[in-house]
Design a binder for this molecule. Structure first.
Ligand SMILES: [Zn+2]
Length: 569
């Protein structure tokens, strides 16, 4: 009898653990009052969150998670205390590596699609913390660069999910070693139509900068500065605010909030923005909003994109680098898409375009090449077996069209846009981008159709290999080169290229001579061999496939010397 009882215990325990569905509710509305005391690094919050049951069953156990630096002070529903279990919950979604989780038991279950308003209060001290990064072996100095969330008298910065859970969330545990971007992305997509309203008060004379709408607050308690910060809707941004000695410089197309004393840096950025703007407008259309920049006070802090606002150090930027950075933000201001591979991919593509404007195609390809190793690493499960290199980690491939991992929707997408541009030409791509309407983008093939309308060519295979599916990268090499002397002084070189990868590509093939080179473009589908004949008016010396514009697994085996019998010369 005792034995049976224990078995039941185990089953019950298992059942209740399984029954806790952290994603059952959507947080549709936040209404928070937050007081910040920079001198003591203290945050005190109260207010209410509205949760909607998005499952098909009644739910009784909503979960609220905040940073482990904060503690739950009270949780009530309709003014009455509710039962809740507060516990630490390990998750790298927060910079401390742990969340303070409250598992609530409601007096009544919430029916499917029903809502519940939960009144909350919580408080604590938030300090700079990079343990989640140093814990996986990131050197302390590098970790501190990206973990700049903190509270203090000179500077307070709080980013939301993925950094500091300063407002309640509900997520499954995520670990940095496996990547947290997928969990963060899933949360953002799920809550993108939700609203947040924060009545924010702080001590001291700091100015507020944030990525939400800032208006004056109705109440101004003595000794406090207060503003109303609203996100309606939250969209895909991470609600982020900073407090510091900010000044404003509005100089279209940029609106810059800079740290007092840094006006000359702000002016350099504003001038760079003005210089790059016409070129980006030509590609991506008229701006729909200004480029908002908020300065990070320490030059070692890593820049952060938060919706419409770009947080970055302004100090010591090289003019060319600043232009490349601003090309990204200007592209966002002109072109928006709900698809990350378009939204972010095109903004990175804009940076490569700007680099090309500055110093030519080679400089742009070198700029993109810096990102390539990350992509090769992410795609290595697709390495051709003959390469002898074996993948040593779990597959992580993602179709670009649905990618949630940054290496895909940023780096791979940048290359894909560059390849498309090489295939259809600047004008064709610009026209397709102008014809794009985010609200009409309901199917994955929407953009492909726009492009096909502009450019009558079959692009299905390309979108299939690069966008709709993840087929890894091509592996291109020259299998043979035949030079032939024509009459009178011309040469013709037949170059055969093999693609042993599983993604096809249209790739430039060049025949080089002492006096220059001739090039043609060649479509080489996955697993195929294709030849191209390239005429050249001087003695050819070398054939080269891929100038770096097609991201491939091995970029070092792309050339072949041209050897000729003496009589042929
Ligand atoms: Zn971006």
């Amino acid at each position: 009898m005792k034995k049976i009882f224990c078995v039941l215990c185990v089953l019950c325990g298992w059942h209740s653990a399984r029954a806790l569905d952290r994603q059952a509710f959507t947080f549709t509305d936040y209404d928070l009052r937050i007081k910040i005391t920079p001198a003591t690094k203290t945050l005190e919050a109260e207010g209410k969150v509205t949760l909607r049951n998005d499952t098909e069953q009644p739910q009784r156990n909503p979960v609220l998670q905040i940073s482990s630096a904060l503690d739950w002070d009270a949780i009530t529903v309709a003014g009455k205390p509710v039962q809740y279990l507060a516990q630490p919950y390990s998750s790298d979604i927060d910079h401390t590596g742990t969340l303070s989780e409250a598992v609530i038991t409601l007096p009544q279950p919430v029916p499917a699609q029903g809502t519940v308003e939960i009144e909350i209060s919580y408080s604590g001290q938030i300090a700079q913390d990079s343990t989640r990064l140093t814990g996986i072996g990131v050197p302390a100095e590098r970790a501190a660069r990206s973990e700049w969330d903190q509270m203090g008298e000179s500077f307070t910065a709080l980013r939301g999910i993925g950094y500091v859970a300063w407002y309640p969330i509900a997520t499954e545990a995520a670990s940095l070693s496996e990547g947290i971007s997928e969990s963060v992305m899933a949360w953002k997509q799920h809550q993108s139509r939700s609203r947040m309203r924060v009545s924010l008060c702080w001590q001291g004379d700091s100015q507020l900068a944030a990525n939400g709408q800032i208006t004056s607050a109705a109440m101004q308690p003595a000794g406090l500065n207060c503003r109303l910060l609203q996100y309606d809707p939250i969209g895909m941004a991470v609600p982020t605010f900073v407090l510091g000695p900010y000044r404003a410089l509005s100089h279209p197309p940029t609106a810059i909030q800079y740290v007092a004393g840094h006006e000359s840096y702000a002016r350099t950025w504003a001038a760079a923005g003005e210089a790059v703007a016409p070129f980006i407008t030509q590609w991506f259309g008229p701006r729909k909003r200004p480029v908002q920049i908020v300065e990070l006070p320490d030059r070692n802090m890593s820049p952060f994109e938060a919706g419409n606002v770009f947080f970055t150090p302004l100090v010591n930027g090289d003019e060319k680098d600043i232009r490349v950075i601003l090309a990204h933000q200007l592209a966002h201001a002109s072109f928006q898409s709900p698809r990350p591979w378009m939204d972010e991919g095109l903004a990175h593509f804009a940076q490569a375009l700007e680099r090309e404007q500055q110093d030519g195609r080679k400089a742009a390809l070198a700029y993109m090449d810096e990102w390539l190793p990350l992509l090769q690493e992410a795609e290595k499960e697709f390495l051709p077996p003959a390469s002898g290199k074996m993948p040593d980690q779990l597959p992580r491939g993602q179709p670009l069209v649905a990618a949630t991992d940054e290496v895909f929707f940023r780096t791979k997408a940048m290359f894909v846009w560059w390849m498309l541009r090489d295939m259809v030409g600047d004008e064709g791509l610009e026209r397709a981008l102008r014809a794009y309407h985010p609200e009409r983008d309901k199917e994955p093939s929407y953009f492909q159709r726009l492009l096909s309308d502009q450019f009558h060519r079959d692009l299905e295979w390309f979108f299939d290999d690069w966008v709709y599916r993840d087929r890894g990268l091509p592996e291109l090499h020259i299998t043979s080169v035949y030079p032939r002397k024509l009459i009178p002084e011309d040469w013709s070189v037949t170059v055969t290229v093999e693609n042993s990868g599983s993604a096809g590509a249209e790739v430039p093939v060049a025949v080089r001579a002492a006096q220059g080179e001739e090039r043609k473009r060649l479509e080489v589908r996955a697993g195929e061999k294709t030849a191209v004949r390239i005429p050249i008016p001087v003695v050819p010396l070398q054939a080269v496939v891929n100038d770096g514009s097609v991201p491939a697994f091995d970029m070092d085996n792309n050339s072949a010397e041209i050897k000729m019998a003496d009589e042929a010369r």
